[in-house]
Design a protein around this ligand. Structure first.
Ligand SMILES: [Fe+2]
Ligand SMILES: [Fe+2]
Length: 192
């Protein structure tokens, strides 16, 4: 819960340069809609974490490193024009949302039910549903940018490695398998 508090706050704060860098008005509108989702997620997790007594500083150090250092650095590079939108989407949507979030959310939803926290579980499931379209948006952006299919394999490996940030209780293998299936379906949509 502490990790999600940190992560959702970070992803909500990182989207401004994505909105600014999107050339297509529809893509820009999608990033703006995503930003509203992320701000809502950050409020939900801040409230949930408060109720269970979790503090952002309790988040695993590796999660904090991904979301409080690596993501803001990439977003800042995008804002300066030193990273492309494709570079930033690769980290944000494919690695962090596609695998790291997915792995953590699976574990969180699984843990909340037996703990009797059914309202929180329902909230976490709704966040999970939002994250699915965010990842789809990211994949579509990369397709439109002409990122070749083999590059998606490298992003999957990066994601599998990054998902270890949660610690031993979170098994990222299911998230990686699901993400791989999703990419197989989506990647051929537009010939590269
Ligand atoms: Fe989110
Ligand atoms: Fe998201």
């Amino acid at each position: 819960m502490a990790g999600f508090c940190v992560a959702e706050t970070a992803v909500a704060a990182a989207l401004d340069p994505f909105v600014a860098a999107a050339e297509e008005p529809l893509v820009r509108a999608c990033f703006a809609a995503q930003q509203a989702d992320e701000e809502r997620h950050a409020r939900f997790f801040a409230r949930a974490a408060h109720l269970v007594g979790a503090r952002p500083e309790d988040a695993p150090p590796a999660v904090r490193d991904l979301f409080e250092r690596r993501l803001p650095e990439t977003a800042a590079a995008l804002a300066r024009g030193e990273a492309t939108l494709g570079d930033a989407v690769s980290l944000y949507h494919l690695v962090l949302e596609g695998v790291v979030f997915a792995a953590g959310q699976e574990a969180l939803v699984r843990a909340l039910g037996p703990a009797g926290l059914t309202g929180m579980r329902e909230g976490a499931r709704r966040v999970q549903a939002d994250e699915r379209w965010h990842v789809g948006l990211g994949v579509r952006c990369l397709q439109d940018a002409g990122v070749p299919a083999p590059a998606f394999d490298a992003l999957l490996s990066d994601g599998a490695h990054a998902a270890r940030a949660w610690g031993g209780e979170v098994d990222g293998r299911l998230a990686v398998r699901t993400h791989r299936r999703r990419l197989k379906i989506l990647v051929p949509v537009r010939p590269i």
